[in-house]
Design a protein around this ligand. Sequence first.
Ligand SMILES: Cc1ncc(COP(=O)(O)O)c(C=O)c1O
Length: 358
Amino acid sequence: MNEKAIRRSLVSHAPLRRKPANMLRRMLDWLPEDTELYGDDAPTARLEHRLAELLGKPRALFFPSGTMAQQTVLRIHAERTGRRAFVAHPLNHLDLWEERGYAAVHGLRFVAAGERHSLLTLDDLEAVGERPAALLIELPQRELGGLLPTWDDLVAQVGWARAQGAAAHLDGARIWEAQPYYDRPHAEIAGLFDTVYVSLYKGLEGIRGAVLAGPADVIAEAETWRRRLGGAIPDAWPLAVAGLIGLDTMVDRQAAFRDHAVAVAAALTADGVASVRPDPPLTPMFHVHLPVSPAAAGQASEDMITERGVQLFLRAQTDPLPDRCKFEVSIGENGMHFTPDEVAALVRELVTRAEKDG
Ligand SMILES: Cc1ncc(COP(=O)(O)O)c(C=O)c1O
């Protein structure tokens, strides 16, 4: 991708890659000159305390990535229960995007419950034929365009885990994006679960990094594993500062981002060139399905970046029909600079280009 040519982007996260000066300036403004970078008052410790409080957990711990945090906590749940399996939706991040590190590194086994293109249900869980170490639930479900179960369904599913003697773990990478839908405090959502991971760079628009929260004894074990896995990096403070700025500035804006996502999705639906899932979106995130192949959409996107400096997405994915594709929209600070009609016109242009060249 021609990163340099991008002048405007609908893609929300990793702003450091696109606007490093803005991010660095914000970090400098935020950091008082005499800030201690190590110790109990350092940005990393402050971030951990703040998130423990916000999520209503006794302790929280920084990790360089959600990948490391979640594999670690599932291993701990496995060792405590003496079971090796965790149950999750077929399209969970660990199985799809992490080279199955849970098995390769930690000797865990993934048991898929439910349908690939629907939300997990209690019936799906009741059909699971074994007692797992943990149930992992992702809120919102990224691969389903940010779908969310109702609160009652969520409570029932966590209840199933408890009845099995299993831990309930929340992949809360996007808990910030999910919270306005439930309209309950973050601590109440996280409170359903034994352990929760949150991301510092998606809705919070930080640099990278993750935080794992839960009971003090579980987090103490996670700290040992973090060292074993090479994640105990003493100079995590730039990631922590960016995360703290995200907590100050992004959490309260998620409802506005969701409203804008609903408006953008409505404009796309009205235009008719693409379809939107879910319609209406439940979070700032949704999927746009296009009547062109991933390769044709990818090429059209590259051409639009080169010729117009506008980026609509990072990746066009299979739909799964070969002559269709989809891309993810996640409205954040970047997305607010595009009007709904403008996005619809850009998507129409992309499809027209892809049909011509594809
Ligand atoms: C739902 C979900 N879980 C976990 C992760 C892993 O986070 P990280 O990139 O910090 O390893 C991601 C990253 O995209 C994600 O979307």
